[in-house]
Design a protein around this ligand. Structure first.
Ligand code: ADP
Ligand code: MG
Length: 571
């Protein structure tokens, strides 16, 4: 394995090696530049890496490190294509211990924007710099600096209109870089990373090799505390470790799933799939866990050369590692599940207690209602469902009703989800009015720096949804009230997750928040309902705009119509 700190001079690769190397790095956006520059700094053995961005990276990107530096006479070679100090012959390809090895990144970056590189190999005060424009060195000069390297890229893509056109708003590009820097901070808790966006520090890791502290910096304490560590797993010569979220926390995308192979952020083929499969029984469709999985494995057992941007790697003992990882994750999730089921029993025992108002006018259990003489009358009617006669509740999960054309099975959880979702939507539309709120025991939330900034921006919109949340100094927030939703499941435990959910940097956060709020507040499966509650649920459902589909897009109602019954029974 080539150790990054004991650097060797830069040499031009032989043609046959060049041909063995898959397609070159592509510089698609500011984040790709940052990625390459960070990897170079890590390869140079840096202990501190600072990333500064202006205008989302289109105005300038600067990455400084305190690594080994580049000698003055090698600066021109650093910008030559296929020039690297990290790879000598084809066999090295199988034993890559460094992050970069194609010798193409600086050449590509130099071709995409005006690039200034200043470097010194010791603290003697003598450094050197080059200015590269359109891929050509236009100036070389001496420049004092401490050991390390600073690369500044200005006017990225200024001469590449096609790329510029596809650039997203500065905020989106910055968010991508943020995700990226946090990933490297996770991969290397021993390096102090700093990210500065338009002059403001947005993230800093301690660099003290403490993964727990780094997780807290990245996700905020609330979430970091709920992550569960994997036991150390040994598979042959490979070691797997890491942290994963439990079944109660899920995300709308895979951005929070990180695999690190020998300190490199890269997804080993098929392991992402194995991880997500373990969560499938717990998550609605389209939801993903949060995980940081570290794999230490001898470099010759990893093929890093299967993907042009090195984002995917192939582990040679892939199936063994996959099996061990899947088993460990399932074991942790099963433990959580056990805990959840006992909570469910408590809920059932509580059913006679007064609810928070709303639907629970009649608290007689089903059997009592059966005995009361007229359990099934009158018919429930509403705008968007046929008239229904309630027959009963099945498995504490489904309402059974008879309609003019056969039998209806209604999923109580999804029905309630739909009702709450539309209530929230209506609340939003009736702007100007005082939002109906339900005060709660004030809850303090502690967030990561980027999340805190995003949440701060969104407080007025949260108030519109009926969530009273205020800044509490620093990265703390206080939630004082939630939307009044009628009778619902206890939301307090879920609130940190709901808030966490909305501080993802994408446009549809409000929609996702409403869907999740509905899901968390809705009556769960396993909850016995009184006749009155069940009737109220069906009545409310009949008034919703789309009673047949829940906000996640799953069916709410199964209709066994006359034709089906006739066919099945051969009447
Ligand atoms: P690669 O990383 O694939 O070798 P690059 O084009 O990214 O190719 O860099 C070319 C060479 O320049 C590297 O091999 C390394 O010797 C040198 N280099 C680049 N960035 C740094 C840095 N921050 N510190 C020290 N050396 C660097
Ligand atoms: Mg590189």
């Amino acid at each position: 394995m080539i150790v990054a700190t004991d650097r060797r001079p830069i040499l031009q690769l032989e043609r046959r090696i060049i041909e063995r190397i898959a397609a070159g790095e592509t510089i698609e956006r500011p984040a790709s530049v940052v990625k390459e520059l960070i990897e170079n700094a890590i390869d140079a053995g840096a202990r501190q890496i600072t990333v500064e961005l202006r205008g989302g990276g289109t105005r300038s990107i600067r990455v400084s490190d305190d690594g080994a530096g580049i000698p003055a006479d090698e600066l021109p070679l650093a910008f030559a294509r296929h020039a690297t100090s990290k790879l000598r012959d084809a066999d090295d390809l199988w034993r890559i211990g460094s992050l970069g090895f194609r010798g193409e990144a600086l050449a590509s970056i130099g071709a995409m924007g005006e690039t200034l590189l200043i470097s010194a190999t010791d603290d003697g005060g003598e450094g050197a710099g080059v200015l590269v424009s359109n891929g050509q060195i236009v100036e070389s000069f001496a420049r004092a600096r401490a050991r390390g390297t600073t690369v500044t890229v200005r006017s990225l893509f200024a001469d590449v209109p096609a790329r510029l056109k596809f650039m997203r708003p500065a905020r989106t590009e910055s968010a991508q870089v943020n995700t990226l820097v946090r990933r490297y901070a996770l991969a290397r808790p021993d390096i102090r990373f700093r990210l500065v966006l338009d002059g403001h520090q947005s993230f800093a890791s301690a660099g003290d090799d403490d993964l727990g502290g780094t997780l807290t910096e990245i996700y905020g304490r609330q979430i970091a505390l709920t992550l569960t560590s994997l036991p150390e797993i040994a598979v042959g010569e490979a070691r797997i470790s890491g942290v994963i979220s439990g079944p109660q926390l899920n995300r709308p995308n895979r951005r929070q799933i990180g695999f690190f192979v020998n300190g490199r952020w890269a997804t080993p083929r098929n392991l992402g799939e194995v991880l997500e499969t373990a969560y499938r029984p717990f998550f609605p469709r389209g939801r993903h866990p949060l995980a940081a999985i570290f794999i230490e494995i001898p470099p010759e057992q990893v093929d890093v050369n299967v993907h042009p941007a090195k984002a995917e790697v192939q582990l040679l003992p892939e199936s063994e590692v996959a099996a061990a990882l899947g088993e460990a994750v399932r074991a942790i999730l099963a433990r959580h599940q056990g805990a959840r089921q006992s909570a469910g029993f408590q809920l059932a025992a509580l059913r006679g207690l007064p609810g928070a108002g709303g639907v629970a006018e009649d608290r007689a259990p089903w059997d009592a209602a059966e005995g009361s003489g007229e359990p099934n009358t009158p018919t429930i009617s509403g705008t968007n469902l046929p008239p229904l006669r309630l027959l009963g509740q099945l498995r504490d999960a489904l309402l059974l009703a008879e309609g003019p054309d056969g039998l209806y099975l209604v999923d109580q959880h999804r029905a309630h989800e739909r009702i709450i979702y539309e209530r929230l939507l209506r609340g939003l539309r009736e702007s100007g009015e005082e939002r109906a709120q339900e005060p709660i025991e004030p809850l303090v939330l502690e967030l990561g720096p980027l999340q805190a900034a995003l949440l701060d921006d969104r407080l007025p919109e949260l108030a519109e949804l009926g969530i009273a949340c205020e800044s509490f100094g620093g990265r703390s927030f206080l939630v004082r009230a939630i939307p009044a939703l009628g009778e619902h499941e206890d939301l307090t435990d879920a609130l940190p997750w709901l808030i966490d959910e909305l501080v993802e940097d994408d446009a549809d956060w409000r929609e996702r928040l409403m869907v999740n709020l509905s899901c968390r507040a809705a009556l769960r499966k396993g909850r016995p309902l009184t006749t009155a509650q069940a009737r109220a649920l069906l009545t409310d459902l009949a008034e919703t705009g789309t009673p047949a589909t829940c906000p996640h897009g799953s069916p709410i109602i199964l209709h066994l119509d006359e034709a089906l019954l006739t066919r099945q029974f051969g009447w």
